[in-house]
Design a protein around this ligand. Structure first.
Ligand code: SAH
Length: 464
């Protein structure tokens, strides 16, 4: 970060600008939103500038800038759109102690003016270090669209109400109140005018004051296969509201970023067959934090109800009468099958699909191999890497065709996604050669669709 963003107090401060053309106009329109005293030096000012001077919004000097003109000014803008003149005025301003900005000259400027989204008192500044003004404008347009024009009004009225709302206990009760105001009661009332908003604030405060303290609660949330865009809106909201997040190894850092900054983050990463936080410890953590009154998110990869030992955790919290709910997620099989351009079921091929685990608590899991060995069957095998040889053996023993397609998708939906296409016959050898180190989903009975096979990088791009 070359340029460090700050919000500068300009109330009653002097800001000087040299120039009277288009560049000057653009800067002045922004500067006049501030409370600064603005002086403009321009021998031939645009008519708008003359008009603003007549309205008393700035002071106009119809002459070039000279020594002494920038004394006591905070900021100076060189906006003559003439390299020599800009260099001359900037040198004066620097000598007289102002921070200098030369329009369209990043190199010689001490500061830059960001793109601004103005919902006063909410102000958003967007900078790209001069790298991509187009991008800054696109982000600005996006935010303009997303933030209602009434946001400023809501924030201004809300600011006046802060002291009154301090009647609520610090922390979650206060946060809940303000969230309710900005996203619910406020926007509803604002169409009817400021008095209605003030009325709504009082009603809302009474309501929140009379609410019993919210008891601790656990949301079992499916975090999806890794791509943060594959989180559900409900998962995002749960993360946004959580006091405590207890998460697994496969949860990506981009997703953890979405939790509140104050939230307590607890890593209980479990590695298949490897060292792990014991299930009892996880259960105890859940109970302990919920009993302490926290809103807990138990974040599991994919969908929490698939091979996630969810029931053991629910039983543990149920035993203590703690409230909970489940937020479904996109399971890795869904992301992986999308990556190979296939569908999990297909008319005339397979009318059912099995979700299998390659290992259970006792070791390799046993299944109805005879049924699976029939032609056309499809299975999505989780945790199937270490058990590949075992699975191959069982299926062949029950008469499966050695040429049955098998596809592994490693790191599905993540930037480092890889696809390994093989057959039942070659599975263990190809798998050893490929050296897949990330989580992988094994599809028995599915090959990547031809198009996906030809252009894996295109598919990857679509995922990114
Ligand atoms: N509840 C999870 C599964 C947990 S078991 C879900 O619904 O996806 C862990 C196994 O899931 C891993 O061993 C791997 O087989 C699979 N898995 C999880 N994330 C994956 C990903 N991004 N790509 C491929 N497989 C993944």
């Amino acid at each position: 970060m070359d340029h460090f963003p700050i919000f500068l107090s300009t109330k009653g401060q002097r800001i000087v600008l040299s120039g009277g053309g288009d560049a000057a106009l653009a800067k002045l329109r922004l500067l006049m939103k501030s409370q600064a005293k603005i002086s403009v030096y321009a021998p031939e000012p645009a008519p708008e500038i003359t008009a603003w001077a007549e309205e008393g919004r700035l002071t106009l000097h119809r002459r070039p800038l000279r020594l002494g003109d920038v004394l006591c000014a905070k900021l100076f803008y060189a906006a003559d759109e003439d390299e020599t003149e800009d260099a001359r005025t900037a040198a004066i301003a620097r000598a007289e102690g102002a921070l200098v900005n030369i329009v369209d000259n990043l190199q010689d400027s001490a500061f830059i003016t960001p793109a601004i989204v103005d919902r006063d008192p909410v102000t958003i500044a967007i900078g790209t270090e001069g790298a991509a003004p187009v991008l800054a404008r696109a982000i600005k347009a996006d935010l303009e669209e997303r933030l209602p024009a009434t946001l400023g009004t809501l924030a201004r009225i809300g600011k006046g109400f802060r002291k009154v709302a301090d009647a609520l206990p610090f922390g979650r009760p206060r946060r809940d109140f303000w969230r309710d105001y900005y996203f619910n009661a406020g926007p509803h009332a604002v169409a009817e005018g400021e008095t209605a908003v003030e009325g709504a604030l009082h009603t809302l405060l009474d309501d929140h004051l009379s609410r019993a303290a919210r008891p601790g609660h656990i949301a079992f949330v499916g975090g999806g296969p890794g791509d943060p865009e594959l989180l559900t809106l409900k998962a995002r909201r749960a993360l946004d509201e959580a006091d405590v997040v207890i998460y697994d190894r496969l949860i990506s850092s981009e997703i953890l970023e979405l939790a509140r900054r104050e939230a307590l983050m607890i890593d209980v990463g479990k590695e298949g067959f490897g060292p792990s936080t014991s299930q009892d410890t996880i259960n105890d953590l859940l109970v302990e934090h919920a009993q302490g009154g926290a809103q807990v998110v138990r974040l599991k990869s994919g969908d929490a109800t698939i091979f996630g030992r969810l029931d053991e955790e629910i039983d543990a919290v149920d035993a203590h009468g703690i409230g909970w709910h489940i937020v479904p997620g996109i399971t890795s099989a869904s992301a992986a099958v999308a990556a190979i351009g296939q569908s999990l079921t297909k008319r005339t091929r397979n009318a059912s699909v099995r979700f299998l685990t390659g290992h259970d608590m006792k070791g390799f899991a046993d299944h109805d191999w005879a049924a699976l060995a029939r032609p056309g069957e499809v299975a999505a095998i989780y945790m199937g890497k270490k058990s590949a040889r075992f699975i191959q053996g069982r299926l062949i023993m029950h008469g499966a065709d050695r040429a049955t397609p098998v596809t592994l998708v490693e790191n599905a939906s993540r930037p480092d996604q890889r696809i390994l296409e093989t057959t039942l016959d070659r599975l263990p050898t190809d798998l050893a050669d490929a050296n897949l180190t990330g989580p992988a989903l094994t599809f028995y009975g599915l090959a990547p669709r031809a198009a996906a096979r030809l252009a894996p990088e295109i598919l990857k791009e679509e995922m990114a």
